[in-house]
Design a protein around this ligand. Structure first.
Ligand code: FAD
Length: 519
């Protein structure tokens, strides 16, 4: 610093020097300013430069003696709006510090972006005598910031334009970032967040498959096909989901040394509903054939069981009459002998008939999604429901845990209940025809309600309807084994069936099935 500069800057610097602790020599302060890496200038109250440090010369290209005495605007590119400079001066002339970014011009005419802060220096009476300006060239920093911003905008538009659902989830399944398709799905489903539902469906499917290992090359899960049951009984939707782990470095000060970070899950879900609908049609058609076969066999089983049940009574009665006759007339009485032979032939025929009853087919136990199964049964009954003019109200719990069970048997159980409901409502005089099927997870199990708006079951009949061959239906076509067989299947799954008394008309059968069967 020359003596001229020192004198000129004295007013401002002297104040700072005055406040230095005695252990620091004023020259130390002067050296510090001289050697600082920041461009420093001290001006008078009009912005005329009194002093600049070497860093100022390095940044602007002006030597100290080229700028001292000049206005600070010498480094301005004059490209900021007039109001910008007015605002700057308004702030500093009121004794307030100012900071901001502006475009400066070097001596060689090149532009650079400066981050500037100006502090007013006032005397004891509050009169501003000087301004202290400090600035640095942030052109490169700005370029990097802009690059990051551009990249972010680019990634966001690519993610937004992707024809699949993309969501970034934190460890609690909260959505941190999503795309256009995700928002569309959210609006379509009319639910707060579809992502946690997709994730619980994925988890349920992973649980089911826990024994089987699958190659997922870097993914946490890959192409998991899961089903979402939208509220309001709308058709189910299918998604193929993949998930991978994403790690973000923690930007907090505490994490600076520790290198902590946050883990996220990138969920990508592709809708495959139309493909699955086709596959489902084929599957339901095959199921229809299977159920029809099962129906025929179980009809035969029931008819034979009913025939043997009905024959047994009279045969037993006749056997006791023959016993009495033999005691009265003697063992050798030809009539008693002939009758005894006829009865024994009858019993033999009964035994033959019993042996002809087809045995139960043993079915493998596995994880069953009851919503899917109930939907199957409703699909299978569509024709009959439409023909009877019955409105179906389907109220599944959006995500049900998987249940360990025999799918075909469970299908028969619910088909029996739905068949009963259709028959109950498909009678003359039954105007309101509504079938409600609802599912929900409850107390370590699943509860399914099948309710109809038919005539209902009289309270005196409530227990009897579970007895085999008991029927409340008129006409000879019914054997009355539907509810007892359904009860039997529920019991085989460790559950039970109950008929809920209803305040108004109608019948509500509740099925409770535990998730895991006790051995
Ligand atoms: P100016 O002639 O400065 O006029 C712009 C407006 O500012 C005027 O309309 C007026 O309202 C107001 N104004 C100007 N001078 C005064 C004054 N003395 N008192 C009250 N109001 C006033 N500018 C840069 O572009 N780059 C810098 O790096 C920079 N560093 C600065 C450092 C310090 C310590 C100070 C005090 C100012 C600095 N400035 C800087 C602002 C600079 O003084 C000019 O105001 C600015 O460059 C605009 O110049 P101009 O010639 O276009 O307009």
């Amino acid at each position: 610093m020359t003596s001229k500069q020192l004198r000129a800057a004295a007013t401002g610097e002297q104040r700072a020097v005055d406040s230095l602790p005695p252990s620091i020599h004023p020259q130390v302060f002067q050296h510090t300013v001289n050697q600082a890496d920041m461009a420093i200038s001290i001006t008078d109250a009009k912005g005329n430069i009194l002093y600049v440090n070497p860093a100022f010369s390095r940044v602007t290209g002006y030597a100290s003696d080229e700028v001292v005495g000049q206005n600070q605007s010498i480094v301005s590119n004059h490209s900021m709006p007039r109001e910008f400079y007015q605002g700057l001066w308004q702030t500093i002339s009121h004794g307030e510090p100012w900071s901001g970014r502006l475009i400066n011009r070097r001596k060689d005419g090149s532009k650079y972006l400066a981050e500037l802060s100006i502090s007013p220096v006032a005397n004891a009476g509050g009169e501003i005598l000087n301004y202290l300006g400090m600035h640095r060239d942030i052109t490169e920093l700005h370029r990097l910031e802009s690059q990051v911003r551009n990249q972010k905008a680019l990634i966001e538009s690519v993610v937004d334009a992707a024809p699949m659902v993309i969501a970034l989830l934190d460890v609690d399944d909260r959505v941190v970032l999503d795309n256009h398709e995700y928002k569309k799905l959210q609006a379509d489903l009319g639910m707060a967040e579809p992502a946690p539902m997709l994730m619980s469906a994925v988890r349920a499917s992973l649980e089911v498959d826990s024994g089987r290992s699958r190659r997922t090359s870097g993914y946490l899960f890959l192409d998991r096909e899961v089903r979402l049951d939208p509220p309001g009984g709308r058709s189910p939707r299918w998604f193929s989901c993949s998930g991978s782990r994403v790690r973000e470095d923690d930007t907090s000060t505490d994490a600076f040394l520790a290198g902590q970070g946050h883990d996220y899950l990138l969920l990508v879900a592709k809708e495959i509903t139309s493909l699955r609908t086709q596959q489902e049609k084929v599957r339901v058609a095959a199921l229809q054939v299977l159920m029809a076969d099962e129906d025929r066999v179980s009809g035969l089983r029931e008819s034979l069981a009913a025939a043997t049940f009905r024959l047994e009574g009279p045969l037993n009665m006749m056997a006791s009459v023959v016993g009495m006759l033999a005691r009265r007339q003697g063992e050798t009485d030809p009539m008693s002998v002939a009758l005894a032979e006829a009865i024994s032939a009858g019993q033999q025929a009964l035994a033959d008939l019993r042996s002809m009853i087809p045995g139960e087919t043993r079915e493998a136990i596995g994880p069953v999604n009851l919503n899917e199964l109930l939907r199957d049964v409703l699909d299978l009954s569509t024709g009959r429901l439409l023909a009877a003019g019955i409105t179906v109200i389907w109220q599944p719990q959006a995500m049900l845990p998987a249940l360990q069970g025999a799918p075909n048997k469970l299908r028969l159980l619910f088909k029996a209940l739905i068949d009963n409901a259709i028959e109950a409502m498909n009678t003359r005089g039954c105007r309101e025809r509504e079938l409600t099927v609802a599912s929900k997870a409850r107390l370590g199990g699943i509860e399914v309600d099948v309710a109809d708006s038919g005539p209902g079951i009289a309270s005196a009949q409530l227990l009897k309807v579970f007895e085999p061959f008991h029927t409340t239906k008129r006409g000879g076509g019914h054997l009355g084994t539907g509810l007892s067989a359904a009860q039997q299947i529920a019991a085989e799954h460790g559950g039970f069936l109950e008929i809920e008394p209803t305040a108004t008309r109608g019948c509500r059968v509740r099925v409770l099935l535990p998730l895991h069967r006790r051995p």
